[in-house]
Design a protein around this ligand. Structure first.
Ligand SMILES: Cc1ncc(C[n+]2csc(CCOP(=O)(O)OP(=O)(O)O)c2C)c(N)n1
Ligand SMILES: [Mg+2]
Length: 602
């Protein structure tokens, strides 16, 4: 893929300095360099003018390079997407109270997604006699981290220049240690602008590196293996397994060894869709039959073991299967806090294993191999045949369901997702976002997280554009084709992310599923109105983005990027997608605005 020449911003005049840190903020930049932080997403502010000066004039805007964003929420979601695509943590730097408050939603998204983001900020001066009237007072908080303490793993505000290295190293280590998550470190402006002593020794960061994730308890592993091998019908619920591509490959081996159906619960792409043991769309059927359930880093294990939610009553029945045994592999216990309830309902578990799936799966595979005997093998072989047939029948049903939605007056989500799949499947693509399984079940053949980063997060509308942008940044020089399908509502919430894409030449194909509505909520208004015997027609009031319709292609073009659409008929769609893909191959970001029907028609 030809990538257009990048406009890396270099300082106009390189400051002639000896390479020795002179100011507190030089030290901050030295620490980020030592920790190999490649990028820092920023929206500028005077409370970190010291850091900004050091980034430009001390480290010459290199490692980390500053990436300018147009809203603080984008800084954090960009860092989150970058980690999801690269496995490397990024920094976001935001202005005092106001910038930090603007990040809160996307910090929460990173928190729920268990993704490390190192958020830095400024405040003060805490010495009130040194504050400028008004502005320094409104931009100062006593322990600024309080604003995000419930949704970060840790926050700190070092009290002296000498304590800056420890604070940054600890923040980095806590953020990346599993369960990973965001941290916030705040620097008093006076510390950033304080002169350093003449000689300064930087710490050996290698001596403060994070530990490897914990190993599972051997006894629990053996117990789990015995249950799985003896099961009549084991079932795997695969959660964040796809955080590691290797873990997904090991899960495939385990599933094949045991002839175990797998349901991907969606927080990452955790099982290949073409695989005969992928039963993601038959979760309820298998839950009813399963005598052993293996939960692998499932964010909501209790909820995943319920029947589908009745959206009118908001309730879901918990399946009580007699003698069903539950194994749960997760490190989430180590991160739960009291502020939010993303920890979910407490599941009943017979074999709890406090480790992640990447570490556990190879060991569990080995234990299962050892536990197999002739009786178990015969049972597994019988099951395998029945499962293969069952899945073939299911795929056939799915394809027929998609076919029914093929020729509609307006483009259906099923048609949109199928056409996007057709357009990219021959390319070296990676979906950075897109609910392919919901939109067109059984159509896209995704091998694992190397082809789809999965979903997950805090369900925040507006976080996704920044997230896919960050993934695009990580993939910028890889020659791969980043693809996403975004809602019109979520895109509008962070539409300014397009400027950053244009300025930093971050390529990507953004397909907008433009149903002119915050449809998810239109659906809720429909349900509640019907339940209350009120006119459901009013569901569109303060829901639809019509009069005027948003013209995403026109907005895109104002940033000098490639815009296609509005695509109003299915016949136009393949052409628009292929022109957009050609533009992405030239290193641009391309937006294809597709007018779709709402899901109520599905
Ligand atoms: C910050 C935030 N505000 C509001 C919501 C409630 N909400 C959930 S989905 C949704 C609709 C999003 O619209 P769009 O992206 O167009 O998706 P659609 O449902 O139309 O496919 C809304 C408003 C939310 N989850 N997060
Ligand atoms: Mg919509």
């Amino acid at each position: 893929m030809a990538i257009a020449e990048r406009r890396t911003e270099v300082p106009v005049k390189v400051h002639d300095q000896s390479g020795e840190p002179e100011w507190g903020s030089d030290l901050i930049m030295d620490m980020l360099r030592l920790l190999d932080i490649e990028y820092a997403a920023v929206l500028p502010g005077s409370t970190f003018r010291g850091i900004h000066d050091s980034a430009v004039n001390y480290t010459a805007n290199q490692r980390p390079e500053f990436i300018l964003c147009n809203h603080e929420m984008i800084t954090v979601s960009l860092a989150r997407g970058y980690f999801r695509a690269s496995g490397k943590p990024m920094v976001a730097i935001v202005h005092n109270v106001v910038g930090l408050l603007n990040t809160a939603m996307t910090i929460y998204d990173a928190w729920c997604d268990r993704v490390p983001v190192i958020i830095l900020g400024g405040t003060g001066p805490l010495d009130s006699t040194a504050r400028r009237p008004w502005i320094d007072w409104i931009h100062t908080a006593n322990v600024q981290g309080n604003f995000v303490r419930g949704i970060t793993k840790w926050d700190d505000q070092p009290g002296s220049v000498a304590s800056i290295p420890e604070s940054i190293m600890r923040g980095h280590r806590i953020a990346v240690t599993e369960p990973a998550g965001p941290v916030y470190v705040c620097f008093d402006v006076d510390l950033q602008e304080e002169a350093l002593p003449n000689s300064y020794t930087l710490p050996d960061v290698g001596r403060y590196r994070p530990a490897a994730p914990p190993e599972p308890d051997r006894g629990a592993l053996r117990e789990a293996a015995q249950l799985l091998v003896r099961a009549e019908m084991p079932l795997c619920l695969a959660g964040r397994v796809g955080a590691s591509a290797q873990a997904v490959r090991t899960l495939v081996e385990l599933a094949e060894l045991l002839a175990m159906p797998v349901v991907d619960t969606g927080t990452r792409w955790s099982f290949p869709t073409p695989h005969a043991l992928d039963f993601t769309d038959m979760r309820t059927d298998f839950l009813r039959q399963a005598d052993v359930v293996l939960g692998l880093e499932v964010m909501d294990l209790h909820g995943s073991m319920r029947l589908p939610v009745n959206y009118t009553t908001r309730r879901a029945e918990v399946l009580e299967v007699e003698n069903q045994k539950v194994i749960s592999v997760s490190v989430d216990e180590l991160i739960h806090g009291g502020q939010t309830t993303d920890f979910q309902a407490l599941p009943a578990v017979d074999v709890p294993i406090l480790a992640n799936s990447a570490v556990t799966l190879p060991l569990l595979l080995e234990e299962c191999r050892q536990a197999l005997d002739a009786g178990a093998q015969a049972r597994i072989d019988r099951r395998r045949q029945a499962l293969v047939e069952k899945q073939a029948a299911q795929r056939q049903k799915q394809r027929e369901a998609v076919q029914k939605l093929w020729d509609r007056p307006q483009i259906s989500e099923a048609r949109l997702a199928s056409d996007v799949w057709q357009a990219v499947k021959g390319e070296d693509f990676i979906f950075t976002w897109g609910r392919l399984r919901r939109m067109a079940p059984g159509v896209a053949e995704i091998s694992g997280p190397e082809q789809h980063l999965g979903e997950g997060g805090g369900g925040a509308v507006g976080a996704t554009p920044g997230m896919v942008l960050g993934a695009g940044l990580a993939l910028r020089d890889s020659g791969r084709l980043p693809v996403c399908i975004l809602g019109d509502g979520e895109t509008m919430s962070s539409i300014q992310a397009l400027w950053t894409a244009a300025h930093y030449h971050i390529p990507g194909l953004w397909v907008i599923n433009n149903n002119h509505s915050y449809y998810n909520d239109e659906n809720h208004q429909d349900l509640i109105a019907k339940f209350r015997n009120r006119p459901p027609e009013n569901k569109t009031v303060a829901m639809r983005m019509q009069d005027p319709e948003v013209d995403f292609a026109a907005i895109t073009k104002t940033f000098g990027l490639h815009g296609e659409g509005p695509v109003k008929s299915a016949a136009e769609l393949p052409g628009a997608l292929s022109r957009a893909i050609a533009a992405v191959k030239e290193g641009q970001l391309a937006v294809v605005d597709v007018w779709t029907e709402t899901r109520e028609h599905a």
